[in-house]
Design a protein around this ligand. Structure first.
Ligand code: FES
Length: 241
């Protein structure tokens, strides 16, 4: 059952996000300043007014080109090469093998030592780039509270913050992050600061699967909320205007 459930969740995410990134509309709510994470950063002249927090270096995009092109390949690559997701989709989609202690169905098994799976070793580089995207998402979350120099807050801000916290949990609990902060050290006692970070990341790392799946759901929920608000299907409740 577990591979089936995971396959259903991952399959839904792939279909949903593919539709959404090619939609090129309903990704920004000017009143609340909400920008969906699937389109952030929006760097084209084609982005709706107010949604380009980092300028528009790319000029106009043709209608078919996703506006979230700058970050989407990074976050997709980060998830596809993630150790947790590898386990999930090797078992759920490829059945190779479907579980521990179940015989590998292929006659010859080269694992991740040959093309194309050797590409999975790029995960640490995706981690560095994903950390930059996480910082951009943080900027978006803070930016959504400011309108004409005044602080504002609505239900959308709460949704965005929950999503950011889950994304932060997912990114910081990454195995590559754990290695960056505390890997290749012979003596933790000589590196007390890195040891503290490593201890913190190790605790998060134990829950990496939880953050991986939860952040997937919160990204979809945040995008769906912003799409519904932007399209006028739903009025965003405001707490502070
Ligand atoms: Fe999952 Fe790095 S191992 S994000």
């Amino acid at each position: 059952m577990q591979p089936l459930i995971i396959a259903a969740i991952l399959g839904f995410f792939v279909v949903y996000s593919t539709i959404r990134i090619f939609m090129n509309k309903w990704y920004f709510v000017p009143e609340g300043g909400y920008l969906t994470p699937l389109y952030s950063p929006c760097l084209s002249d084609s982005c709706v007014e107010g949604s380009s927090h980092f300028g528009t270096p790319f000029g106009e995009f043709p209608r078919w080109l996703p506006l979230g092109l700058a970050a989407f390949p990074i976050v997709a690559g980060f998830r596809v090469t993630c150790y947790y997701y590898r386990k999930a989709y090797y078992r759920s989609f490829w059945m190779s093998p479907p579980a521990c202690a179940v015989a590998e169905p292929h006659k010859k098994y080269t694992g991740e030592t040959r093309f194309p799976l050797i590409f999975q070793n790029s995960h640490r580089y995706f981690f560095y780039l994903a950390a930059v995207v996480l910082a951009i998402n943080l900027y978006d979350a803070v930016h959504a509270h400011i309108e004409d120099g005044q602080f504002q807050a609505g239900l959308g801000n709460v949704v965005i913050w929950i999503n950011w916290l889950m994304l932060a949990g997912y990114t910081l609990s990454c195995h590559a992050c754990r290695h960056v902060v505390g890997g290749r050290l012979k003596h933790f006692s000589k590196h007390p600061v890195r040891y503290r970070f490593w201890t913190f990341v190790s605790k998060l790392n134990a829950r990496h699967g939880f953050y991986a799946m939860t952040s997937l759901v919160t990204v979809i929920a945040t995008d769906a909320y912003i799409m519904a608000t932007s399209a006028g299907w739903f009025d965003d409740p405001r707490f502070i205007n």
